[in-house]
Write a protein that binds this ligand. Sequence first.
Ligand code: GLC
Length: 809
Amino acid sequence: MNDNNVYAFNDEEKSIRINRSDLPTPWINYLSNGRLHAFVSQAGGGMAWWKSPITYRMTHYRYQNVPMDGPGFYTYVREKDGTTWSPTFRPCETPLDDWYAEHHAGWSKFVGTKNGVTATLKLFCAMDTDALCYDLEIKNDSGEEKELDLFAYADLAQLEWTTDLFYGYYIQSQVTTFYDEDMDAVIYRYQHTPQPFVEDVPLIWMAADRKMDSWSGDREKFLGPYRWEQNPIGVEKGHCGNDTIECGHPCTAGQVSVTVKPGETERVVFTLGVAPGGLIKHKETMANIKQDLETFRSLEKIDGQFQALENWWSNHLSKFDCEIPNKDIQRQINIWSPIQTVHNGRYSRSTSWHAPGYRGFGYRDTATDMVGVAYRDPKWATDMCLYLLSQQFEDGHALHTCYPEDGPAMSRGASKHADDHLWMPMVVYAILSETGDYSLLEKDVPWLSEEDNWTTYGSATVWEHLMRGVDFTENNLGEKGFPLTFDGDWNDIILRFSRAGKGESIFCGQQYVIILRQMIEIGKAAGKPQKDLDRLQDCLSRMVKNLEDHAWDGEYWRRGYTDEGDIVGTKEAEYGKIFINPQSWSVWAGVGTEEQNNSGMDNAIKYTATDFGLRLVHPGFKTYPHDPDPFTGYNPGCAENGAVFCQANGWVIIALSKLGRAEDAWKIFGDMIPHTALNNIGLERYEAEPYAYVSNIIGPENKRHGWANVTQVTGTAAWMDLVGTQYLLGVRPGLRGLEIDPCIPADWKSYSVTREYRGRTYIISVANPDGVVKGVKSVTVNGVEIEGNIIDPATVSGGEVVVEVVMGE
Ligand code: GLC
């Protein structure tokens, strides 16, 4: 339990218990089976969508609005005397005798007690059928028989989110809810059809595991005028009204009344499901719902679905497990970072309680997420890799945002960026390191049409796609020889220096060096033509020389050039004197001398360190009315303009570990563990979840410094996941095998790691008898000492491989 008793982790169960409902912000969890998705907060607020939150948004959520965090997956317990309360505490807000919530990997639980009755709500998505279960258990410890009315509710949305926002007042004539007597289910049909996949449009249904006593499909009637979810008239009356609509606002509500004897427990499961095909094949879809209901009318089958969900997660989380002296860090590495990486892989930067689900996948964002996913689920990373490559144009650059489930008009951003395509070699390298299967390079992938950014044509192999990315960068070098920034590199607001199309990115030049080195390694291992390798080597040599000749500012690395040819990130500048990315990426790229790179990192720390990580830039650019930065308007200390941009700290840690600077690396890694950051900064200032990284933490130039801004949807999770497992604990897959290269605190005597690798389980124990921070003296595999520190998987046998590592000079 942390100091303020607000929350407690349960590492055994891989969960967190939250004891306070009115947190400064919603602390959310994602519930998903990979097709049906939802997020839910500790207070039961949340939203559900099927496949795409733009095209198939099932329920509403009030973004940028008050009261915050609603509506959600609400249940109500109504006692005989009319007292009504919710196991999620909200929306009723009736004081409870006891309350807590728990978030687990993929499901959440809410436990409220009042007047001797404990209601436990378990929310989860069934694994094989696209339905969300409101699994409600009522335990009567009151000593007297209880007659209770139980209700479940969802505020249904018009499926196409932008249409709902812009044209909802017309489209409300195209929505219907009806009650199917035979199935005892409320069903919602959305009849507006311009979205791209008409045949997919689902019916949405709600039913209970038994006969419902009343139901509603009409939000206005169920809630009542000038009421809201806190006090629906349907709940107050103890009857939902049995209303449906042929225009208006749909909802779905159900009521089941139970009598629970003292000491007994009753379980009622309401289910909110989707069944695709409702418009085109109405009859078949209705028949499918009926079939699905067979699952949700059997508690045993519901439990089976829950178990299947648990199995998916425990399999995913079992791929890597460490035991280290610091339990807060261990918990983050083993449990919460990989959980968040899965969520980001699914939702990119798009959907959370504050991200309204509009963006789809950012190309670079999803590419980097897949670098983090590859070591636990190479198949998923491969599928996404092939999808992303299909969003690459024939000239080699890539579409900036895209989403497989949406149509041509939605979430497809065609702005041109210096870096998007350059992340793909990293993804391929990560997958090949994991699988060793070079046939990936020969897979055919189409090109994206420049005409509509939607259709695809022709095809080329994965290797050709990567080579085409190199062509694009080569064809678009600026006057100083660095990649033209265009609409931005990794840093979204760096484009302010390149509006006229002439600005150049040194950082992107460093990224280019890294991926050229990776491509050369891949090309050699896969036996690619010498002419390709020569070309890559030539590009590499030129860019390294250019960086050495033109990127050094005397004490640290510069960031780039403006349209006018002025240097960005130099001591001569008034604002933005130093950016941290070029310092860390230079180390990673292996450019410059060790002295230069140490100096770069020293200066990054000197100018940008806070107690919760390094800031992206120092000093932040001023904005209006003082306007050396008339373009972005970002206040100093905010986001890319001087916040601790968490993701970029992952790269700082990679650099520090490569330089053997364990103390600095672990300080930053440790300080940024969300639980630690929250406790150091203070809950009321930090606000966000102690189990999920945020995009950025406001920097000291801003009076809100310490505020954790943009939670959950950030590349930080994948990078910290990777940094912790591969660079600090140093169990790093490569094309030649599993490299053991730890960088640990000097006072660690030992630690251990269990990791899946190419079909085997490696049980690795590391001893540090001399108290070093880096350096491996010996590696023994299944009792035999090997040469060097890379375990070649071709030389090992058996399902389990025992590895003993001794660190030392
Ligand atoms: C946001 C964007 C990401 C970008 C980063 C830095 O996280 O989603 O694409 O790289 O900001 O600007």
